[in-house]
Design a protein around this ligand. Structure first.
Ligand code: G1P
Length: 296
């Protein structure tokens, strides 16, 4: 099936308050997983799935992200002079993954507002949206499956995860359409609700940070008033599209996902990914086993 989505938008404009004090000076999206920023993994995931152009929606103080995705000619010259080809390749990788575009979201007014910044970039095409707090293991596929579902049905496609009921309050939650099998790997969706109370949540299917959005999303966002957290929610705009008859499907992910959005989850993600790092992975894993078994 042909891949139809060549553009992706990645919001990177949050204040990173859960990670203060380091986010006072360094954007959360550059927090390293061993040596590579979480954001680079997400751009690589988009590129691996056929995306050629990425729009980063940045906050006003995030020049360092723009720098990270630009060439650093002084450093390249210094590494070249030393003959350090490995380091040279590592610093060039980020800007070679895709054509990187940037725009600034002046105030953090919500994910929906960040996505609205992509209208000109989308230029009438469907776009992928990837939230950099969510990392998908590169041995598993989610975005590729979502792009295939989009090619078949059009409309909106969401990455979903079945979460424990008490966790649904942290996510957008979807309602499988009447007659659709909620345990299937691709579900049709009739309604969405942002961060419901677990007692009232209509399902335990959570939106994880992957979306394929059709161009109609921009009109829907314009008509969306601030919702949960007084922010413009992309979930509310997608709900509006669903009610207007635009097909909305979800791909239920069964693979490995790392959440870097909260402190404990971030540390877990670093440990998991350090364990499979090509250089330090096996030494780290055997140290960790030893540490866990010998530390009271
Ligand atoms: C955002 C979305 C939410 C989604 C979540 C995935 O929430 O609003 O619908 O489930 O990302 O990570 P945030 O985590 O920005 O509060």
């Amino acid at each position: 099936m042909p891949r139809q989505v060549s553009k992706a938008l990645i919001p990177a404009a949050g204040r990173g308050t859960r990670f203060l004090p380091f986010t006072k000076a360094v954007p959360k999206e550059l927090a390293p997983i061993v040596t590579t920023p979480a954001l680079e993994f997400v751009v690589a995931e988009a590129a691996d799935n056929g995306v050629t152009d990425v729009l980063l929606v940045l906050g006003p103080d995030k020049e360092s992200i723009a720098d990270y995705f630009s060439r650093n000619e002084d450093l390249e010259a210094a590494l070249s002079a030393k003959g350090d080809e490995e380091a040279l390749a590592s610093i060039r990788r980020a800007e070679q993954l895709a054509a990187i575009h940037q725009t600034v979201q002046k105030e953090p007014r919500g994910l929906g507002d960040a996505v609205a910044h992509g209208e000109e970039f989308a230029a009438g095409e469907a776009i992928a949206v990837l939230l950099p707090d969510d990392l998908i293991d590169d041995r598993d596929s989610l975005l590729g499956a979502m792009i295939d579902v989009h090619a078949e049905h059009g409309g909106v496609v969401l990455g979903l995860l079945d979460v424990p009921r008490e966790d649904i309050r942290r996510y957008g939650c979807v309602v499988p359409a009447a007659g659709s099998d909620p345990s299937a790997s691709v579900v049709a969706i009739s309604d969405l609700v942002e961060k419901p109370d677990p007692d009232e949540a209509p399902s335990t299917l959570a939106i994880i940070g992957r979306y394929v959005l059709p161009p109609e999303i921009f009109d829907a966002l314009r008509e969306t008033t601030p919702g949960s957290g007084a922010e413009i929610q992309v979930t509310d705009a997608i709900n509006r599209l669903a009610h207007d008859g635009v097909p909305v499907h979800g791909v239920v992910f069964a693979g490995r996902r790392y959440d870097t959005g909260a402190r404990l989850d971030y540390v877990k993600a670093v440990v998991q990914l350090a364990g499979r790092h090509p250089e330090i992975g096996s030494e780290f894993t055997s140290w960790l086993r030893d540490y866990v078994t010998t530390t009271p």
